[in-house]
Design a protein around this ligand. Structure first.
Ligand code: NDP
Length: 280
């Protein structure tokens, strides 16, 4: 058996056409959606991510404002920049590119972003809303994963979803979103005992641990939907947390790396920015 490919790149491109039309409609009403991205320092991976986000904005006609602070910027300078963007009615979405240099407090910066402009969905208020099932800004990677699963017609109601990883940006929020869809959710982490026995029960398996090719074919239930969130570099090549070649022989659906969850994350950032502009 060979799994159906969940092609995030193609899905994001299809969605982009619809998003472009929504962006044009907002502009016709005099609203130019705008995303502001703050990057501090020179982290090369962050620079690539920021450039991708800027390009995605350009493709849709969303205005982008890139603010690059020096590596030595103080917390006060970063806070002042966030405050200015919060107060600017032309800005609908604000994103603080992570990681920040070690001397800066990430949680303080994320909390400072207005919850209404928090297009990353990392603000405690939005995380709390998600936990309580209330409407709010959803984090982009988990939202993109749900979009991919729905597009593919994967049955969610009553499915056993196993999530590997419990980070605030992927593991926890994707677990809550799957729970919202009436999945039975098991969250695993580095202290979980006999992980393969749990993963083999999964109808939906989400791997978000940052360990190259960790999930192997013997850990996957035949026919399962396997979502690979991991982005790892091995010998200069990108790979996910799933051993793609082995697992695609067993799974029912699988996301590739690159071209799976990554493009959907950017697509959902655009979605959140358009939603924020709409509300404004
Ligand atoms: P974190 O490092 O914040 O979290 C990793 C999680 O994996 C932790 O909860 C950790 O457990 C768990 N873990 C580590 N080792 C094991 C193990 N052997 N067995 C079970 N669980 C384990 O990572 P992120 O959530 O930020 O990111 C995960 C991966 O996803 C990374 O590769 C990252 O680059 C990628 N990513 C991709 C995105 C995309 O758009 N495609 C977006 C965001 C991230 P514990 O809590 O016990 O330490």
């Amino acid at each position: 058996m060979s799994a159906i490919l969940l092609n995030g790149k193609a899905c994001a491109e299809m969605l982009a056409e619809e998003q472009r039309a929504r962006c044009d409609a907002l502009k016709a009403r005099g609203i130019i959606p705008q995303l502001a991205v703050i990057m501090v320092g020179e982290d090369p991976a962050s620079a690539v991510y920021v450039r991708n986000k800027e390009r995605a904005c350009q493709r849709l006609g969303i205005a982008s404002r890139m603010i690059h602070l020096p590596e030595t910027a103080s917390q006060q300078e970063l806070n002042a920049q966030i405050d200015a963007l919060n107060a600017d009615p032309a800005v609908h979405g604000i994103l603080v590119q992570l990681p920040l240099p070690g001397h800066l407090n990430e949680s303080e910066a994320l909390l400072r972003v207005s919850a209404l402009k928090d297009v990353d969905g990392f603000h405690t208020l939005n995380a709390g809303r998600l936990a309580q099932g209330a409407p709010g800004m959803l984090p982009c990677t988990p939202k993109g994963i749900l979009y991919l699963l729905r597009q593919a017609g994967v049955a969610l109601d009553g499915a056993h979803a196993v999530v590997l990883g419990r980070s605030n940006i992927v593991g926890k929020p994707v677990s809550l979103l799957l729970l919202r869809e009436n999945c039975t959710v098991t969250i695993c982490h580095s202290h979980t005992r006999d992980l393969p026995a749990i993963t083999r029960q999964a109808d939906i398996l989400v791997a978000a641990i940052g360990k190259p090719r960790f999930v192997t074919a013997d850990m996957v239930k035949p026919g399962a939907a396997v979502i690979d969130v991991g982005i790892n570099r091995v010998d200069g090549k990108l790979c996910g947390d799933v051993d793609f070649e082995g697992v695609e022989q067993v799974a029912g659906w699988i996301t590739p790396v690159p071209g799976g969850v990554g493009p959907m994350t950017v697509a959902m950032l655009m979605e959140n920015t358009l939603e924020a502009a709409c509300r404004a």
